[in-house]
Ligand binder design. Structure first.
Ligand SMILES: Nc1ncnc2c1ncn2[C@@H]1O[C@H](COP(=O)(O)OP(=O)(O)OP(=O)(O)O)[C@@H](O)[C@H]1O
Ligand SMILES: [Mg+2]
Length: 249
């Protein structure tokens, strides 16, 4: 079953068609990527899916329900959560406090928070277990502003996944990292994906990462879908090689 699907999606900024008649769907439980050159529309696509931007036309269906007109917070509560190309971690809060904010917001989503007597201890346990998931337990008391880049990215991903998403959209989870660290972050994401059985879509520029961690790859170019398939299919697609992979060595 397709968990999330778009049909004839369009979005322009002034004269620039950032998303151009885009139709595609994500299978429930898959881990897949979206690739494409800078400015191809990848972040804009995530912004549309999560209600950060309004579409011009088309449809967004989450489990066959039209969510194209819903506000961002409602989409989040339905189970579509994301991490950002530029971190949205709150720098003045500690690692623990940032993660707790995500978990509190999830509790609100499920209405359990206000009915749960003695819930704070519960929440602290959950924060510590989520910190353990992302290997940040030792840094729990560190203000986010003092985190090394890799730990900050881990925290951002941990915060998106702590919301208990059904589908997590991760915008360049490895951006700005040395290649060894990239693989480590992706291993972490893959482990959480298996453990939680969710659907993951990530945007990534590093082709080693893309090919190692994607069951499916979708290629965007000037806001249009130019390929959609397994890593093998996409790597042999002449249109992709010409538009994108041909630039790599
Ligand atoms: N809020 C906005 N206002 C005007 N133009 C925008 C806005 N957001 C994105 N764009 C433009 O839309 C196009 C797609 O941008 P987008 O950020 O979606 O690309 P991207 O594929 O995520 O690129 P990158 O790989 O560099 O992150 C670009 O030409 C960009 O300049
Ligand atoms: Mg982007």
């Amino acid at each position: 079953m397709k968990i999330l699907e778009v049909q004839h999606l369009n979005k322009s900024f002034g004269g620039l068609q950032a998303i151009n008649d885009l139709s595609l769907g994500f299978e429930e439980g898959e881990m897949s990527s979206i690739i494409g050159p800078n400015g191809a529309g990848k972040t804009t696509f995530f912004n549309l899916l999560t209600g950060y931007l309004r579409l011009d036309s088309g449809k967004i269906l989450f489990k066959n329900q039209d969510i194209s007109k819903l506000p961002n917070y409602k989409i989040g509560r339905m189970g579509i959560n994301r991490s950002f190309q530029i971190s949205h971690v709150c720098p003045s809060l500690t690692v623990f406090e940032n993660l707790r904010a995500s978990i509190l917001s999830k509790r609100k989503k499920t209405f359990k928070f206000f009915t749960n007597v003695g819930g704070m201890k519960d929440i602290e346990d959950e924060v510590m277990s989520s910190l353990d998931d992302i290997n940040l337990k030792d840094l729990a008391g560190t203000p986010a502003t003092q985190l090394p880049h890799g730990a900050l990215k881990s925290l951002d991903i941990g915060m998106a996944l702590a919301m208990d998403p059904q589908i997590a959209l991760l915008d360049e989870p490895t951006a700005g990292m040395p290649s060894g660290d990239r693989m480590r972050i992706m291993d972490l994401i893959q482990r959480l994906w298996k453990q939680k059985g969710l659907t993951i879509v990530f945007v990534e520029h590093d082709m080693d990462v893309v090919f190692a961690f994607s069951q499916k790859i979708r290629v965007l170019n000037y806001g249009s879908l130019i390929a959609d398939g397994t890593p093998e299919e996409v790597s042999q697609n002449p249109v992709v090689i010409e538009a994108y992979l041909g630039d790599e060595d």
